[in-house]
Write a protein that binds this ligand. Structure first.
Ligand SMILES: *Cc1c(COP(=O)(O)O)cnc(C)c1O
Length: 381
């Protein structure tokens, strides 16, 4: 293979990262926390245009873990979690010794199904345990059914952790994803819409919660001249160097979102004319997706053996990366023993779904290669 590999989702530099990293080096702020971290938090808070408080952390996973801790989730508690997601949404439940209860997706947004959510809550309460929290995810940038899911959470008084790791820039009825839940979570991992190399943020609605989050994220140091600890601490704060990358990256957030939407329209033009393939799109204008990753569902064609896996292999042959959708958590060896409520929607999505290259940096020639590979594959043979 002589052609360069086309990846699923690569980051792209804005060109401003260096100046902030340089400043950190010159001022010797080479540690966790610091001026870049404060400034990055301010930028994110401005982006959210409201009273949201943002705490910059070393990963999105840490943010979910801290949200659970701040909600008082303890060993033996139950936490509801969308099954169709990346494992980082669910792992922190186990860090707390709590029990995940997985919920199926619905077909419109591929996210947590409100009907099954309510069935699960009622059943868990009947069995004697009211769930302590709900982790809902905006998969691939598409907002979950916010009105329905939050109405149910409010009805039963259960807080929501809004996993917005893939959805910075997405919104619902004009309000930005990450700002709906009791806690919102962002990720700045290398594959996300902006990156700090590794990083994340916890969005909360008060300064006090932010202070408490920083307390836990910096080893839970009590107020004393020596190091005194009365609670478990974590080393979860964002580094000042990483925040420098973030300050450079956030300047190109809007243009990154534009690029992802251009990518989406590129795939739309391809799949409009291919039968049996459906490009994942928002269902109405209440939903705005950053189209972080473009995904398709392929109805298996038995006569021609065209299906998700044969397309994946054809693309791999052309040195183009693609990947099945997230394998649902309730099917994962580590999670399969935990309760699950659903109707096999997530299973079907996993079976038929494929994510396609959607990086901010996709070039015209990359798109030509992708188009060529896909149209050749679907040409009748
Ligand atoms: C990336 C991601 C996370 C975790 O973020 P990290 O920064 O990699 O720890 C959590 N949830 C979802 C849905 C993600 O895609």
């Amino acid at each position: 293979m002589d052609k360069k590999k086309i990846y699923l989702s690569l980051s792209q530099q804005s060109g401003f990262e260096n100046e902030y990293i340089q400043k950190a080096l010159e001022t010797n702020w080479i540690t966790s926390g610091g001026p870049n971290v404060d400034e990055f938090e301010n930028e994110l808070q401005n982006y959210y245009e409201d009273e949201s408080s943002v705490t910059a952390l070393n990963s999105g996973t840490s943010a979910i873990h801290l949200a659970l801790i701040l909600l008082g989730v303890k060993a033996g508690d139950e936490v509801i979690c969308q099954s169709m997601t990346f494992s980082a949404s669910a792992n922190p439940i186990l860090y707390q010794g709590a029990i995940p209860v997985f919920i199926d997706s619905e077909v419109e947004t591929w996210n947590i199904c409100p009907d099954n959510l309510e069935v699960a809550i009622k059943d868990r309460i009947k069995k004697g345990k009211k769930p302590k929290a709900i982790i809902a995810v905006h998969l691939y940038g598409t907002p979950y059914k916010i009105d329905e899911v939050h109405a149910i959470a409010d009805k039963y008084g259960i807080p929501i952790i809004e996993d917005s790791a893939e959805a910075l820039g997405s919104s619902y009825k004009g309000k930005k994803c990450g700002s709906f839940g009791n806690f919102g979570v962002l990720s700045f991992n290398g594959n996300k819409i902006i990156t700090t190399s590794s990083g994340g943020a916890l969005i909360s609605n008060s300064k006090e919660t932010k202070e408490k989050a920083i307390f836990y994220a910096t080893q839970s140091k009590d107020n004393a001249v020596h190091y005194q600890h009365s609670e478990i601490g974590y080393n979860y704060r964002m580094s000042n160097i990483c925040a420098g990358i973030g300050l450079g990256q956030i300047k190109s957030l809007n243009s990154n979102i534009e690029s992802r939407i251009i990518n989406h329209n590129f795939y739309k033009s391809i799949f409009n004319s291919i039968d049996g393939v459906k490009l994942f799109e928002v269902s109405n204008e209440d939903f705005f997706s950053n189209y972080w990753l473009n995904s398709i569902l392929i109805e298996p064609d038995f006569s021609n053996s065209k299906n998700r896996e044969s397309l994946r292999l054809a693309l791999e042959k052309a040195n183009i990366e693609s990947r099945p959708l997230w394998k649902p958590m309730h099917l994962q060896p580590i999670f399969e023993k935990y309760p699950y409520y659903g109707n096999k929607i997530a299973e079907q999505l996993f079976e038929k779904g494929l994510c396609l290259p959607s990086g901010t940096n996709l070039l015209i020639e990359d798109k030509d290669r992708i188009k060529e590979a896909i149209t050749t594959f679907f040409k009748n043979n």
